[in-house]
Design a protein around this ligand. Structure first.
Ligand SMILES: Nc1ncnc2c1ncn2[C@@H]1O[C@H](COP(=O)(O)OP(=O)(O)OP(=O)(O)O)[C@@H](O)[C@H]1O
Length: 520
């Protein structure tokens, strides 16, 4: 196989578990069996690529679990820490060298998952480390007398990327690595990390119930599994039962757990600071990030951060880091001639409500009271392929109705699959094999969403599309027509894109690859 980025992505995609296998596993094996095998298997994969769990101490991990806010909190921590990689006048202070940030899922490119100093690996770096891991696995299979190309001689997709991130960070001399869990914590393959500098639990909610259970205390138990003996842990505020479980998990390991309330400089709605990530909930994530980054810097001796950092004015580096943090697809706004796009990948009940509140706030901020009263053209682009999509769409409408006093916030509700393009299909980095192909082909989810939306808001026009590109084209056409009949200074048509990070990733790819051009 030629060593190109394209070939790395296609080899990586071959490690996705396809939908039929996922379904079979769900029926035949209990999650308990899979859970018990997860960490010993990961340690074995690590050995096969030439590393050991204790070697991971070198990258000084900060381990992050949670249901919501992992990616944002991790990005805040990483950007705060990167302030300490820059040369300082006082050379006596030890500085950090390189900051790793491992997150999932990606939006447009798989290489976004493995960042160094907040930049995705370049295609060349990704290709190099991808094939180094690949070759080591094949060598080791040969040594074990196995067929190196057989299925089972490579780990599945997420575990492969986790191993690759560890290998990359060790090879690159990363000395602070923020590692986000995939699912859960206790049995997540990232939990081969033995001695993190700190463990972080972001906001908990109900998600991944097949693996983690369907109550908040079961979920808290899994996430609390990243707390390590004697290592101080920080958690966002949680429901009482979840706090009890987390406190017990910490006590069992002899570790201190701090529940972090909002820092005085970071009070939602009342803060002088504009965070790099929009949405009131980001103040919660930012406060947890401050506590964790401070612990890391104290523990590694990189900087003398006050033990009272959570009640004192924030250090300048922290402020700068919080302001400079960037992460696409989370309450993000993009503008083009006729449309302003409001983009959020929320896909649980809690996060779709928060995303709805954010969008309602944007409507209120960007509209006059007469705009609010009359029915302005506003468009929703929505999909959620695997979870309870109707419940999410309903929660979104309820949230907007409560915030705006109108149950008809959109004139058009567009439901599309996560397939990127009409002709080219998925962008290769966005191929998904673990969705039901029949559902996608027959647009089952989208049709059912459209009929649910017809009940929720009979005044909206609903439309179903096979691809994201078609939904974007339609929204642009509606907006262009709208602008032709309105005065020039009329605000662009507000379009809200939400329900799934996969949808949002594909959407960003479409608007970047096919920027708006005025028709005829
Ligand atoms: N503290 C929070 N509370 C509730 N929802 C949040 C919070 N932080 C982020 N979200 C929502 O979750 C979405 C994903 O954010 P983020 O990537 O930070 O979380 P995550 O835990 O990494 O999510 P996932 O595992 O689903 O990728 C955001 O777009 C937002 O809608």
């Amino acid at each position: 196989m030629t060593r190109t980025y394209e070939n790395a992505i296609s080899a990586l995609n071959s490690l996705q578990t396809n939908y039929a296998i996922v379904e079979e596993l769900r029926k035949s094996k209990s999650p308990a069996d899979q859970n018990a095998r997860s960490l010993p298997e990961t340690v074995e994969w690590l050995r096969r690529i030439g590393h050991t769990p204790s070697e991971l101490d070198r990258i000084n991990p900060i381990h992050v679990a949670g249901t919501k806010g992992k990616g944002s909190t991790s990005s805040f921590i990483s950007t705060i820490l990167s302030q300490y990689t820059k040369p300082q006048p006082d050379q006596s202070t030890p500085r950090l060298h390189k900051i790793g940030l491992f997150t999932s899922p990606h939006l447009r490119f798989a290489r976004e998952r493995i960042k160094i100093d907040n930049e995705p690996l370049s295609e060349a770096q990704f290709t190099r480390y991808f094939f180094e891991v690949w070759d080591r696995l094949e060598e080791s299979a040969k040594l074990a007398g196995e067929d190196p190309t057989a299925r089972g001689t490579k780990p599945q997709y997420f575990r492969y990327l986790t191993l690759m991130a560890f290998h990359t960070y060790l090879s690159e001399g990363v000395d602070a690595a923020v590692i986000e869990c995939g699912i859960g914590g206790e049995y997540d393959c990232t939990n081969v990390v033995q001695n993190p500098k700190t463990s972080v639990i972001t906001s908990l909610g109900i998600d991944h119930v097949a693996m983690l259970g369907d109550t908040i205390d079961q979920i808290a138990w899994h996430k609390g599994g990243i707390i390590k003996p004697g290592v101080r842990a920080f958690s966002a505020p949680q429901p009482r039962t979840a706090v009890e479980v987390l406190e017990k998990r910490a006590a069992d390991k002899g570790s201190q757990l701090d529940i972090v309330s909002e820092h005085p400089d970071l009070q939602a709605g009342n803060s002088q600071m504009k965070l790099g990530l929009a949405g009131d909930f980001q103040y919660t994530n930012a406060s947890v990030a401050v506590a964790a980054a401070a612990e890391f810097l104290r523990k590694t001796g990189v900087a003398q951060i006050s033990v009272n950092v959570m009640s004192e004015s924030l250090p300048a580096e922290f402020k700068k880091g919080l302001e400079e943090t960037r992460l696409g697809g989370r309450c993000e706004t993009r503008y083009e001639k006729n449309v302003s796009w409001y983009i959020d990948g929320g896909h649980t009940l809690e996060s779709i409500r928060l995303a709805g509140q954010w969008f309602a706030g944007r409507i209120q901020a960007d509209s006059s009271s007469s705009d609010l009263a009359r029915k302005k053209t506003r468009i929703l682009i929505f999909n959620q392929q695997t979870r309870n999509s109707t419940a999410l769409a309903t929660a979104l409408n309820e949230t907007l109705a409560a915030a705006l006093g109108s149950t008809t916030p959109f004139t058009h509700a567009l439901f599309c699959t996560n397939i990127t393009y009409k002709q080219a299909g998925y962008r290769p980095d966005l191929v998904s094999m673990n969705t039901n192909a029949d559902d996608v082909e027959l647009l089952r989810v989208q049709k059912s969403l459209a009929s649910a939306w017809n009940e929720i808001d009979p005044s909206a026009q609903t439309h179903v599309f096979g691809t994201i590109e078609e939904a974007v084209d339609f929204a642009r056409d509606v907006a262009e027509q709208e602008r032709k009949v309105l005065q020039k200074d009329e605000a662009p048509v507000m379009t809200f894109v939400t329900g799934s990070l996969h949808l949002v990733g594909g959407f960003l790819d479409v608007i970047e690859t096919k920027p708006y051009t005025e028709s005829g």
